[in-house]
Design a protein around this ligand. Sequence first.
Ligand code: COA
Length: 169
Amino acid sequence: MTARTAEESKTIMTDLVLPSETNPLNNLFGGELLARMDRAASIAARRHSRRIVVTASVNHVAFNRSIPLGSVVTIEAKVSRAFKSSMEVYLDVWIEDRESGECIKANEAIYTFVAVDETGRPIRVPELIAETDLEKQRFEAALRRKQLSLVVAGKMKPNDATELKALFE
Ligand SMILES: CC(C)(COP(=O)(O)OP(=O)(O)OC[C@H]1O[C@@H](n2cnc3c(N)ncnc32)[C@H](O)[C@@H]1OP(=O)(O)O)[C@@H](O)C(=O)NCCC(=O)NCCS
């Protein structure tokens, strides 16, 4: 299976915030942002694996900055690491300033997708090649996050989480 670069999976989605997508403070509803990020991440995972992909977990979401009604929101999703059948996808969310056109980082998130066959069984995905410093940094930390996610989900014993143990030694 040919390895693919993170850049090959890059997915950019730009959209507006409409009134029906906001909370009583006129900011983007959190669930709406989660859904938009899920869509962008699934496209990135599909571009990397060229397979059917399903969301296995949402590992991290930080709603650091609210996104007001009328904002232009850009979500950039890229696969940060591929394992056997699972892929970690890192998302960066930006808001565009109307006057300056400058993009300000609003939020980020990390999702895990699994490539499956037509019957829903996990199948192997190509390795990921990290090229830039940021991609390499995210690649390095991805195994630790995978183990943490599996421990929290009760799918891995804490004693088997080698990367997490190393943090406390
Ligand atoms: C995701 C799914 C395919 C995993 O199936 P499974 O029987 O647990 O399969 P496995 O135990 O072999 O795990 C498959 C991979 O997922 C990873 N995985 C499973 N749960 C995970 C979690 N909570 N966090 C991170 N990775 C996870 C495993 O580590 C494994 O990765 P690897 O092959 O790269 O090592 C299955 O749980 C599923 O179909 N879930 C529903 C998906 C869905 O419908 N999503 C939309 C929600 S509305």
